[in-house]
Ligand binder design. Structure first.
Ligand SMILES: Nc1nc2c(ncn2[C@@H]2O[C@H](COP(=O)(O)OP(=O)(O)OP(=O)(O)O)[C@@H](O)[C@H]2O)c(=O)[nH]1
Length: 371
């Protein structure tokens, strides 16, 4: 027994195995952490000098064709890790220190081919003699993209099999996450995943405010989280006149239009029925209003195939440190209530209602006093 114990403790610490990396990859539900685990696995298992995840930002168009994306879209470098330093930069602002974080889509034709055709592309050697290999990430996922491996030697067939297996495990895990976190009709994030994001936003905001007297103020305008509630106007009428199937089609299209009117880092949720929620960062109230107005106008301008024109009412609010999802939602919803009572198809800031004395705040609860 003693012998066994001493053998176990004397064993030298082994390099993490492929199985260890699989365990690590599937440990967290945070997509950023999952991605960092995938990159660590690739750096270790295929001995890559550098691993980068690239994503194609279609640049706004909801129904952009492949040609449009190639013309107007851009490659965004989301996460990158250098093997020598062990440095992971999942924040573009951090990565920017080393070199450009985005590039026009057409400037990287090999990356486009890898993503579109879902095939491995050997780019060849760069000026430093390093080999670049591109592997596709599942294009069905919101996070579909391209992984770029930089290696000192051409990749061995065995390492290639390991890398593609890790990517398949990553894709399967992301599909499982999607299944539990997404609304089945629109494909948007669902209410369940909202609380987690909201909590993160409030913690970050508290830290930001804490640091506001120092470094942050010198670095320019800090951004704050805002929450918007969006409700489709007279949606019951759409169902009554055209039937539920057309009603569903309107919801899917509204989701798509709003998604394309928002920036890629903004989070859009369907809370059920014809109600949607957006979490976004803006430098001030006016910046947030501009984003929500853009979204409202995009829906109002769209000609729906059967239902014609559809509008939305929006209420929004700044998220405060210590806020609960319910409290912030309820304040923004007061804005929606006001918009519905005043003609619909408009954006209402909760702060403006308070400033005008239309609503009062007492102990975090909203009392509507006047309409
Ligand atoms: N087609 C479809 N209809 C839904 C879905 N979920 C909820 N609804 C319907 O959405 C309608 C919402 O109606 P109301 O809450 O009265 O609101 P509204 O008609 O949009 O009126 P306002 O909000 O005052 O502008 C109801 O008829 C619901 O049955 C869904 O997933 N698909």
């Amino acid at each position: 027994m003693d012998g066994l114990t001493s053998t176990a403790t004397a064993r030298p610490l082994a390099e993490p195995s492929a199985l260890d990396h699989v365990v690590e990859l599937t440990r967290s539900r945070d997509r950023g952490l999952v991605e960092e685990s995938l990159i660590s696995a690739l750096v270790d298992l295929v001995d890559a000098r550098e691993v980068t995840i690239w994503r194609l930002d279609p640049s706004g168009a909801a129904d952009a064709s492949a040609a449009d994306v190639a013309q107007r879209g851009s490659w965004q470098r989301v996460t990158r890790r250098l093997a020598q330093t062990g440095d992971t930069a999942s924040n573009p602002a951090t990565a920017e220190a080393t070199d450009a974080t985005d590039a026009p889509a057409a400037s990287r034709p090999e990356h486009l081919r890898c993503l579109r055709e879902q095939v491995r592309v050997d780019v060849g050697q760069d000026l430093a003699g390093l080999h670049h290999v591109l592997l596709p990430m599942d294009s069905e996922l919101e996070g579909g993209g391209v992984i770029e491996l930089v290696l000192a030697q051409p990749i061995e067939p065995r390492d290639m099999r390991v890398a593609t297996s890790m990517l398949r495990i990553h894709a399967n895990f992301m599909h499982l996450l999607d299944y539990s976190e997404r609304d089945t009709l629109t494909g948007l994030l669902n209410r369940k995943s909202f609380d987690e994001t909201f909590l993160k936003a409030t913690v970050l905001e508290a830290r930001r405010q804490f640091a506001a007297d120092g470094e942050q103020r010198r670095q320019g305008q800090p951004r704050h989280p805002y929450l918007g509630v969006i409700d489709v106007d007279h949606f019951k009428r759409v169902n009554d006149v055209h039937g539920h199937l057309i009603g569903d089609e309107v919801l899917v299209l509204v989701a798509r239009i709003m998604r394309s009117a928002l920036r890629s880092e903004d989070r859009l949720y369907r809370f059920g029925g014809e109600e949607f929620v957006v979490m976004l960062d803006a430098s001030d109230d006016e910046g947030a209003r501009a984003a929500f107005e853009r979204l409202r106008l995009a829906v109002a301008a769209y000609e729906f195939p059967r239902a014609g024109h559809v509008t939305v009412s929006v209420g929004y609010v700044d998220v405060r440190p210590g806020d609960t999802p319910q409290a912030a939602f309820s304040r923004a919803d007061t804005g929606v209530y006001h918009a519905k009572a005043h003609g619909r198809d408009q954006v209402v800031a909760y702060a403006a209602l308070v400033a005008a004395g239309t609503v009062t705040e007492s102990d975090g609860e909203n009392d509507i006093v006047l309409f």
